[in-house]
Structure formats: structure tokens, C-alpha cells
Design a protein around this ligand. Structure first.
Ligand code: DSN
Length: 425
């Protein structure tokens, strides 16, 4: 039987190779993306994928777990140390099932959950109508203040006391400012609700000490592992010990079957990396880079939701530029700058062609870019927006060449190795 990917499946080998090239030649500005290390990818691609392990370390339904138990226990222990929590479950397949497992642990169908509205920066799984979380549960939603673009805590309190949700969720996918976990805790106490902090976007900043930790305030913390944390695609649920049994039972057997052991191993590697001084510097640099990029955009007349950023993420409201987020994101993609269109709070446009553009610095910071490169990226975005408005493909092509040249000085971790594996060299 042929053994290498190139021999077994040359089509997939070539596509992986081309994707390695695409990632190297472009700038990933989608704030929920990152470039995992070669070590993380080695664990993800390991033969741990062969093993079934329903259950938890020391309590499995299949034999042969001597080493898998050690892998999972390492991931658990490292999660507890990095995030300062009493309990960690590292088995959720991704962020959405992690959040569903939390609701399954604490709620009955029809119970009320309260989270940030999706168009305001929340997430589908925070009770949005189109999600199972808004169909099985009753979702009520808070937003941001129109003038400041920041969470409207008067509204959060008023809604919580009126609707009495069983669970209040803080966090989201398009929040450019720090999350005030302490105030959410106060309101959750007043409303007698559980506080869940969904830190998927900012987990790497929290791990690196660049964002306040939810650990002293939240009853439960959920996170994906592949965003700022820079690991494999996966998720974790962390909590106080009192909720450990309910959460574990909700993940397995409640929602999932066998854990993805190769992912668990890669999460362990990720958490080892996240505990280093190097990672702390990385987390600080993500924010410094976001500031530099935000400043350049503000100088160029862009309207940023909340006026700037405290974290890895910038949400541009393009309404004053007379062009939509979709037109701009597609034009920038042709220029080698990869972003996503996004609603902005109080958007007058529809989600599939909204007014916003969401960008972030985790991936380009991983490549080693600093403030000087951010200012250049800001100028390219400005030129790209003007080009998008005029249909000026020559300018987009010129930016694409410049982006490719810059990319050569800032290699994507593991891209060369991936290319070699894929091509069988
Ligand atoms: N898709 C993720 C994001 O881009 O923020 C959230 O699930």
C-alpha cells in the first residue's frame, strides 16, 4: 500500500500544498484564525486518531487507554494551570458543541438563556433564533450602546432582572473591547443566574495575561482552542469543581461519543506553548499590533465600532465609506488580504451583505509582524477600499504583489513542511 499522501491522493496533496502557498502569500486578518505551530500540527496529524476512548482518564469504556489517559490528563492539568481553574474538560469537538453541552448540563428545554445579540457581536450559540440554542431554549439578548459601541450594562441588568435567565453568557465574536467580567458577575448574582464566559476569541490573550481572566468571576468558561490560543480546532469547558460532574456528563455521554485524541494531544501541546514567556510576549504584541492598525485606519477616516480596540479585533463600520463589507472583503481577498464581512451594531443592512468588515491581528502577529507592518497593512486596506469602490483591479493586483513580497519575510509556521509532506519530497 502506498504510504505517503502524494502517492495515495495526489489531488488532496496538491490542494494542501497550494493552501500552504496561499497562506504564505496572503495575510490572514480574520480575527478568529491563526497559524498553529508545527508541533501542534504534528500532534493533530498523529496516530492518536486511531483510538476510541469514550469516558474520561481512568474511567473508560474501551481498553488500551494507558497512554491516551496520560495525554488527556496532561491536557487537563495544563488547562487548569494556564487558566487558573479548578476543572477542565478538553473533549468538546468545537465551540458550538461546548456551549450546547453547558446548556445541557444546567437547563431544561424552554429555559431562558441571555447573551449578546448576534448582530451586536455575540454568537449563534448564545441563543440566536436560527441556532438549536435559540430553538430548544428561550434566547433573550442584550447589545451595545449606540454612542459608545460598548456593552450596555443598564440594559443587561434590566433584562436579567425582568427575564430571569438561568444562564447569562458574556463574550462573543465581534467585540473589540475588554469584557467586564466583574460587572457581569454582579448582575448574574442579582438575577440568580449562572455566569458563562465564552472566551473563544480572547483565550490566548487571557492565557498570555493580556486580558483580565474570567476565572474569579464566571461559573463556567468555554473556549475554542484554535483562535488566539493558537491550537488545533477544538474546545474546552472549564469551571469550578462544583460543576465538574454535571459538565463532564453533559459532554459525554450527553452530547458526544469518543473524544478526538489527536486533537486532545494537540491541545496539550498548545497549552504547553501558552505557558511560556514567549507566548506572553505574543499576546501583548497582538494587542500592540491591533492598536497600530486601528490608529492607521482612524487616521485614514475609518469609523471603528467603539472607536478603537482593546484586544485582537477591529470592527470597521464602512457606512461612511459608501461601500458594503461584502464588496470590500471580496476586493481585499483579491488583494491578498483575507478578512470577513460582518454586521455592525444597529446595522441597516442584512447579514449577508452588511456594513462591517471584521479584522484582527492574531495570525499576522504569529508570523512575526510588528507595528511597522501594521501601518503598511492599514494603508493597503485603505487603498483596497478605494479600489473596491472604483472597481480598480490594477490597484488590487499591485497590493497583492506587495503582500506576497512582505509574506516572504514572515514565514507561516510549518507551511514549508506541509508543502513537503503534501508533495512527498
Ligand atoms: N466562526 C467563529 C468566528 O469567526 O468568530 C465563531 O464561531
Amino acid at each position: 500500500m502506498p504510504t505517503d499522501l502524494q502517492q495515495v491522493d495526489p489531488e488532496i496533496a496538491e490542494l494542501i500544498s497550494l493552501e500552504a502557498r496561499r497562506q504564505s502569500d496572503t495575510l490572514a486578518l480574520i480575527p478568529s484564525e491563526n497559524h498553529a505551530s508545527a508541533a501542534v500540527m504534528a500532534a493533530t496529524g498523529s496516530l492518536l486518531t486511531n483510538k476510541y476512548s469514550e469516558g474520561y482518564p481512568g474511567r473508560r469504556y474501551y481498553e488500551g487507554q494507558q497512554l491516551i489517559d496520560r495525554v488527556e490528563q496532561l491536557a487537563i492539568d495544563r488547562a487548569k494551570a494556564v487558566f487558573g481553574v479548578e476543572h477542565a474538560n478538553v473533549q468538546p469537538y468545537s465551540g458550538s458543541p461546548a456551549n450546547l453541552a453547558i446548556y445541557f448540563a444546567f437547563l431544561k428545554p424552554g429555559d431562558t438563556i441571555m447573551g449578546m445579540a448576534l448582530p451586536m457581536g455575540g454568537h449563534l450559540t448564545h441563543g440566536a433564533e436560527v441556532s438549536i440554542t435559540g430553538s430548544f431554549f428561550r434566547g433573550v439578548h442584550y447589545g451595545v450602546q449606540k454612542e459608545t459601541g460598548r456593552v450596555d450594562f443598564d440594559q443587561v441588568r434590566e433584562l436579567a432582572l425582568r427575564e430571569r435567565p438561568r444562564v447569562i453568557i458574556c463574550g462573543g465574536t465581534a467585540i473589540p473591547r475588554q469584557i467586564d467580567f466583574a460587572t457581569f458577575r454582579e448582575i448574574a448574582d442579582e438575577a440568580d443566574a449562572l455566569l458563562v464566559a465564552d472566551i473563544a476569541h480572547i483565550a490566548g490573550l487571557v492565557a498570555g495575561g493580556a486580558h483580565p481572566s474570567p476565572a474569579p468571576y464566571a461559573d463556567v468558561i468555554s473556549t475554542t482552542t484554535h483562535k488566539t490560543l493558537r491550537g488545533p480546532r477544538g474546545a474546552m469547558i472549564m469551571s469550578r469543581e462544583q460543576h465538574a460532574a454535571a459538565l463532564d456528563k453533559a459532554v459525554f455521554p450527553g452530547l458526544q461519543g469518543g473524544p478526538h485524541n489527536h486533537t486532545t494531544a494537540a491541545i496539550a501541546v498548545t497549552l504547553k506553548e501558552a505557558a511560556t514567556e514567549d507566548f506572553k510576549r505574543y499576546a501583548q504584541q497582538i494587542i500592540a499590533n491591533a492598536w497600530a492598525l486601528a490608529e492607521t485606519l482612524l487616521e485614514a477616516g475609518f469609523d471603528l465600532v467603539s472607536g478603537g480596540t482593546d484586544n485582537h479585533l477591529i470592527l470597521i463600520d464602512l457606512s461612511n465609506k459608501d461601500v458594503t463589507g461584502k464588496v470590500v472583503s471580496q476586493a481585499l481577498d483579491r488583494a491578498g488580504i483575507v478578512t470577513n464581512f460582518n454586521t455592525v451594531p444597529f446595522d441597516k443592512r442584512r447579514p449577508f451583505n452588511p456594513s462591517g468588515l471584521r479584522i484582527g491581528t492574531p495570525a499576522i502577529t504569529t508570523r512575526g509582524m510588528k507595528e511597522a507592518e501594521m501601518r503598511q497593512v492599514g494603508r493597503w486596506i485603505n487603498d483596497g477600499v478605494e479600489a473596491a469602490k472604483k472597481g480598480d483591479e490594477a490597484t488590487l493586483a499591485r497590493i497583492r504583489d506587495d503582500v506576497r513580497e512582505l509574506g516572504q519575510s514572515f514565514p507561516v509556521p510549518g507551511a514549508a513542511a506541509q508543502s513537503r509532506i503534501a508533495s512527498g519530497v
